[in-house]
Design a protein around this ligand. Structure first.
Ligand code: EPU
Length: 431
């Protein structure tokens, strides 16, 4: 198992290109299950989550070829319909094969994804959307089962949670509705850029979707979809992570290959903290002052502040001047990074879905544990400003969603190295 060793003190500066978006490519890969022809995806990031979903799709009979950042997927109408626990349990996003399976094959046996480090994460709204279309999904033996055996039908459906629209419940319902008989009106659809990318991909495959980019989508079902060539857009969360790194190290980082309109909330936040943020058509640049100022954020559905950048910005706050308040409105338990930041000397008090962050004059390097993807990225950023060395264990989390993060931070002047984790010597003492 690998670990990252980060030596603090360097400023990040230079240009980095964002990899293709993880959360865009995953549902689009699943959408390949819907098409009669070959789906060709370009700018596919080299991530563990992409590899995991590719394995699941192969078990569902999809033929996949990867050549660099190009992924070719071809799925027959007939094929196996089981996505097993061992794979689904490692990546929640694999639940997005459910909609395509019931829509095209009329059968699905997909393991319930289960909870994760930031909460229970139910799938009730996925089931609500798909069952409204006639999927008849039931939970049995830890699996989501459907054996409807015929074409789904259009319906009027509202999918949403007490936290707002759901990204993947929208994706699942949308992917099922495109092949349903008749028209579906999907209300309260999520508007995250990744949902828009999925919508565009489905349209490129022949789907008829109206209201693209809005909260209400009208989908006229078609009998079949065809193959298409799709280029995945740059990852706004990866980009945001580099920009926060530039701002909090007093550096100057430009990220290319993104739509700056996807990062307006981050731009506002970094601006309020005293960084200078500028952008062009496909890049954004953050220049940090010697020390950032405190500010408050509340995570919200897009275009609000993204929950996937909450941990990284909290890290910046932990060395800013003054007191910041972070309110988590999407995943109220997504605070696993707090305990690890405390180990580095951060001054953070958690109160329910809020964290009160008092900027510390200094952090000092320590051994910390990565608990999930974005928390791991936050710990790398913390290591960049902590005195001495920070050792981050369980970095496989970070490889799920950041392409070669250590090498790319080194290219920006940060000191990060990857090492194999030495095995603990077996204690000979008998108890
Ligand atoms: N929720 C329900 N019922 C449902 C679905 C969701 O109660 O049926 C709740 C969730 O527990 C959460 C809220 O609704 O409290 C919103 O969750 P959402 O469904 O929007 O999240 P998701 O679709 O499972 C995607 C991203 C996450 C990102 C969230 C929010 C992918 C693969 N995952 O998850 O990304 O945090 O949207 O924007 O797109 C990450 O990349 O690190 C990551 C966790």
């Amino acid at each position: 198992m690998d670990r990252l060793i980060v030596t603090g003190g360097a400023r990040l500066s230079g240009r980095v290109r964002a990899a293709g978006s993880k959360n865009a490519v995953l549902p689009i890969m699943a959408a390949a299950l819907l098409a009669d022809g070959e789906v060709v995806l370009r700018n596919v990031p080299d991530l563990r989550d992409v590899a995991t979903l590719a394995l699941i799709l192969e078990q569902l009979g999809v033929v996949i070829h990867r050549d660099g950042d190009v992924l070719r997927l071809r799925a027959d109408r007939e094929g196996p319909c089981e996505a097993p626990y061992d794979l689904v349990s490692t990546m929640r996003a694999s639940v997005c094969v459910l909609g395509p399976l019931v829509a095209r094959r009329g059968h699905a046996q997909v393991s319930m994804p289960g909870g994760c480090v930031f909460g229970v994460r139910p799938v009730d709204q996925h089931l609500k959307g798909l069952n409204a279309l006639g999927a008849g999904i039931r939970v049995e033996g830890g699996y989501l089962l459907s054996d409807v055996g015929r074409r789904l039908h259009g319906a009027h459906v509202f999918v949403g949670t007490r936290f707002g629209p759901s990204v993947l419940a929208t994706a699942n319902t949308l992917m099922a509705a495109v092949l349903a008989e008749g028209t579906t009106r999907l209300e309260n659809a999520a508007m995250e850029p990744e949902v828009l990318e999925l919508t565009d991909a489905l349209i490129a495959m022949g789907a008829r979707i109206h209201g693209r980019g809005g909260h209400t989508l009208e989908i006229e079902g078609v009998a079949c979809l065809h193959g298409a060539e799709i280029t995945i857009g740059g990852d706004r969360i990866e980009a945001g992570t580099f920009l926060v790194g530039g701002a909090m190290t007093g550096g100057d980082v430009t990220v290319d290959g993104i739509d700056p309109g996807h990062l307006t909330a981050l731009r506002e936040t970094l601006g309020a903290m005293g960084a200078k943020v500028t952008s062009g058509s496909d890049w954004m640049r953050a220049e940090g002052p010697a020390r950032l100022e405190a500010t408050d954020i509340a995570t919200l559905p897009f275009p609000g502040f993204p929950t996937d950048l909450q941990a990284q910005v909290m890290t910046a706050m932990s060395v800013a001047r003054g007191i910041s308040v972070v309110t988590e409105r999407i995943f109220p338990d997504r605070f696993m990074h707090v305990a690890e930041l405390l180990r580095l000397g951060a001054l953070i008090r958690k109160e329910g879905p809020q964290a009160i962050v008092e900027g510390a004059a200094r952090l000092s390097g320590a051994t910390v544990m990565a608990s999930d993807l974005r928390a791991s990225a936050a710990l790398v950023l913390a290591g960049l400003v902590a005195e001495g060395e920070t050792e981050i264990r369980r970095v496989y989390h970070i490889d799920r969603g950041y392409e070669r993060i250590d090498a790319r931070i080194r290219d920006l002047g940060g000191q990060v190295r990857r090492e194999a984790q030495p095995r603990l010597e077996q204690s000979r003492k008998q108890w």
